[in-house]
Design a protein around this ligand. Structure first.
Ligand code: NAD
Length: 418
């Protein structure tokens, strides 16, 4: 599948191959489980506000359709490629299977810089992307959600474009939309809140006391900011945070609520008083108890894996750790890893709740959403920890094995048509 060849896709395949060997999946079945079912690449011409026209590249990859519709985020970032989107779709499949959701994985992306585009340009781009995707998406086919660079507003435009095409309102076409349009209470907070919950559970396994612990969070967007707030609520002292422009460090602890306010007003972390500036590279190496990468893939590599100084590595981002770094971390038994497919699963779990609520036009309170979220995370966490302990394998291997095995079994039960 040369069409996907790219570092993040190679990384996802490498992880799959190791697990397939461990599970002794017959060679004849492997490609069928590993490679994406469908991929779309589209050219998106739009008018810019200066009157010129520009064409953007957009992608959507649906990894497997065995267990239900596909589900996954839409990313706006300049480095988006078909291969990266395919890797992210693959991880979504294992994540949904690990948490028992009736979905296959999907992911979409547009290569653009949302921070440098106007609201009108982003709206035109989103609507054009949705228009191009209409033959391939639907509430029972493929359901999008926010990811890096997209948000509730982007989901609202997708829902509106799709609904205008259908001739009636279709809230279940996307999740992570505003609550006023059929979004779920607790969806925006779900991923970061799930990270906090799982770190707290992991602390029991590491005899770390949350009230005495320190944390560093890379990436202060939807996931990173809520993860930091959630950890602070558990009594953790957050000493470092960052965004794409750089980080903030205060060994005495950052006032997360003040940072929240500062960022909302200034759209950046830079210049926040009561903290020293620090680079993203230095931030990852700060001594802390809990390290939360919540930005991009491939941040923890062979170059820095031996130098990170944490007790719990909570992978809020997708694919933040390369397989080479994993080999180094697996030798460092003092570090407890909550692998990405488990750690950030809160987002898709509450997306599932949102989809169910939209299909039934019957909405739940936030306590009910959060309670159900924690129950599913708890079950997935315990299954992963128990398997890792029983089989003496790393947490990532356990989580991926549980997910991949479920997809393998479902494919076996359904058989191969014709
Ligand atoms: P976001 O766009 O809201 O925030 C991203 C943050 O990362 C921003 O603060 C940005 O400035 C920062 N960033 C970007 N490039 C960076 C770099 N090179 N170094 C440091 N910081 C950088 O995105 P998000 O929705 O919070 O997603 C973050 C990660 O979490 C992604 O890996 C995404 O796939 C994953 N994720 C998101 C969700 C969700 O519900 N949004 C669910 C599961 C996983």
């Amino acid at each position: 599948m040369e069409l996907y060849d790219q570092p993040t896709f190679r990384m996802a395949c490498q992880q799959f191959d190791v697990v397939a060997d461990y599970l002794q999946i017959p060679l004849a079945e492997r490609d069928r489980i590993k490679y994406p079912k469908r991929s779309m690449a589209v050219a998106l011409p739009i008018h810019l506000d200066d009157g010129s026209t520009r064409v953007f590249a957009g992608y959507r990859v649906q990894h497997h359709l065995t267990l239900g519709p596909t589900k996954g985020g839409l990313r706006y970032h300049p480095d988006v490629t078909l291969g990266e989107v395919a890797a992210l779709a693959m991880w979504m499949s294992w994540k949904c299977a690990l948490t028992g959701l009736p979905y296959g994985g999907a992911k979409g992306g547009v290569a653009c810089e949302p921070g440098k585009m106007t609201r009108k340009e982003l709206e035109r781009l989103t609507r054009r992307y949705t228009q191009e995707m209409i033959p391939f998406i639907g509430p029972q086919v493929d359901v999008m959600a926010p990811d890096l660079g997209t948000n509730e507003q982007v989901m609202a435009w997708i829902m509106d474009t799709y609904s205008v095409h259908a001739g009636y309102t279709v809230p279940s076409i996307v999740t992570g939309k505003p609550v006023g349009l059929g979004g779920s209470l607790g969806r925006r907070e779900a991923t970061g809140r799930g990270v906090g919950y799982l770190v707290n559970r992991a602390s029991d396994n590491t005899s770390l006391v949350m009230g005495n612990a320190t944390a560093v969070v890379q990436g202060y967007g939807n996931v990173g900011s809520i993860a930091a707030l959630s950890l602070a609520r558990y009594g953790v002292k957050v000493i470092g945070v960052s965004d794409v422009q750089g980080g903030l460090y205060n060994p005495k602890g950052l006032d997360i609520w003040a940072i929240e306010k500062y960022q909302a007003e200034n759209k950046t972390l830079q210049g926040f008083p009561e903290a020293e500036p620090i680079s993203n590279e230095e931030l990852l190496l700060l001594p802390c108890d809990i390290l939360v990468p919540a930005a991009l893939e491939r941040q923890i590599t062979a170059a820095n894996a031996g130098k990170i100084q944490c007790r719990i590595l909570a992978e809020a981002a997708n694919g933040p750790t390369t397989p080479e770094a994993d080999e180094i971390l697996n030798q460092r038994e003092e570090i407890f890893i909550i692998p990405d497919v488990l750690c950030n699963a809160g987002g898709v779990i509450v997306s599932y709740f949102e989809w169910v609520q939209d299909l039934q036009s019957f909405f739940w309170g936030e306590t009910e959403v959060t309670d159900k979220l924690f129950r599913i995370l708890e079950a997935a966490f315990m299954q992963t920890v128990n398997m890792a302990k029983k089989q003496k394998i790393p947490m990532r291997m356990a989580a991926l094995s549980l997910g991949i095995k479920r997809v393998q079994e479902a494919k076996k039960m359904r058989g191969l048509f014709p």
